[in-house]
Design a protein around this ligand. Structure first.
Ligand SMILES: Nc1ncnc2c1ncn2[C@@H]1O[C@H](COP(=O)(O)OP(=O)(O)O)[C@@H](O)[C@H]1O
Ligand SMILES: [Mg+2]
Length: 324
């Protein structure tokens, strides 16, 4: 059994469980003892904050102690740090692209510039002082390092734009608002950035930046777009690519997350086998590409769930077993 360490495990019970189902021993790390995923892993471990100078050393100790062979970060918080610490975390495979790629994709203005240089469509975007007179309103003021749909404001005219640029609390940029339908593509690449699969889905409903209802679609243009973007960006392991289909037929990319997407259970149910692919990479295998091999029309609809805990005699938090 391969031991897998999940960092910043948070609420990603879905991912921990899927790796367990794929035959892994799961080790979950989170700073917060109330992170629900800790209680769904085979083992839960304490770690310092990601910005603590001892973060990598603490993870390296966990890798040794639990014989971890694969490290999967579940939020955006520690990608660049872990990508730079690959050697310290060996023999565990850090399932991330290079640090520069992580950093480039986490800054949406940098990502935009990269897309333009690489010939990938992206909504016209500018730094706060660079917005031209012919910019098409409504414009969006967006956080450069945003997540969860936070710090995004719609400006309908230059006056509102000036207001929101002054109002926002985080470093921001300006982007034209797309007009078409939004799609999300969950891709998985091997360690040479060969795209093994790309599974597009519709965004039927999102709440607080998370897709809560969606449907897998066999849209050949989106599958090929996901592959091209993933391979051009240099993805290794999972990524989530967000784009719009515009009236002029272009597919501008707005966001690339270098981790499993928020709607992970949907591609999984559609047959992604992404946990199995990740475990194969950790064993040093080179899986075949299986682009487009998934079931279309799978619908996902999400709901809240919970873990209830009590302190045992030693002060540890243990799940309450409810007897009927
Ligand atoms: N250029 C855009 N045009 C239209 N909608 C956008 C645009 N950029 C972002 N959005 C909307 O805001 C949501 C969050 O934006 P995104 O760039 O994905 O940031 P994050 O997910 O990191 O918060 C998107 O899923 C989309 O619905
Ligand atoms: Mg997004």
């Amino acid at each position: 059994m391969t031991a897998v360490l999940f960092t910043c495990a948070g609420q990603r019970v879905d991912i921990v469980r899927a790796f367990k189902d794929a035959g892994a021993t799961t080790v979950a790390a989170d700073l917060d003892p109330l992170a629900p995923a800790l209680y769904h892993a085979d083992r839960a471990v304490d770690v310092p904050r990601v910005d603590d100078p001892g973060y990598v050393a603490a993870l390296a100790d966990i890798v040794r102690e639990h014989d971890v062979r694969l490290l999967v970060p579940l939020t955006d918080l520690d990608h660049a740090i872990l990508a730079r610490a690959r050697d310290d975390l060996a023999p565990a495979l850090v399932l991330l692209p290079d640090a520069e790629t992580c950093e480039r994709m986490s800054d949406k203005l940098e990502a935009h510039r990269f897309f333009v240089e690489s010939g990938i469509a992206s909504p016209r975007s500018w730094g706060p002082d660079e917005v031209p007179d012919d910019a098409r309103y409504p414009l969006l003021v967006k956080a450069r390092e945003g997540f969860g749909s936070r710090h995004i404001f719609r400006a309908d005219d230059p006056e509102q734009l000036a207001f929101f640029l002054g109002y926002t609390e985080v470093e921001s940029f300006v982007q034209e608002r797309c007009l078409g339908e939004e799609f999300s593509i969950d891709v998985f690449c091997d360690l040479e950035s060969r795209c093994l699969n790309a599974i597009p889905r519709t965004m039927i409903q999102s709440k607080g930046g998370e897709s809560i209802k969606g449907r897998s679609i066999r849209d050949l243009e989106l599958i090929e777009h996901g592959r091209l973007v993933a391979e051009t960006v240099g993805i290794k392991g999972p990524a989530n690519i967000q784009c719009f289909r515009e009236p002029d037929g272009t597919l501008p990319v707005t966001d690339v997350n270098t981790r499993f997407g928020g709607a992970f259970p949907l591609p999984l149910a559609a047959g992604s086998a992404y946990p199995e692919l990740a475990l194969a990479l950790a064993r040093g295998e080179r899986p075949e590409t299986r682009l487009g091999d998934f079931e279309e029309g799978i619908l996902m609809t999400r709901y809240f769930s919970e873990v209830c805990l009590r302190r045992d005699g030693d002060g540890a938090l243990v799940p309450v077993v409810v007897r009927s």
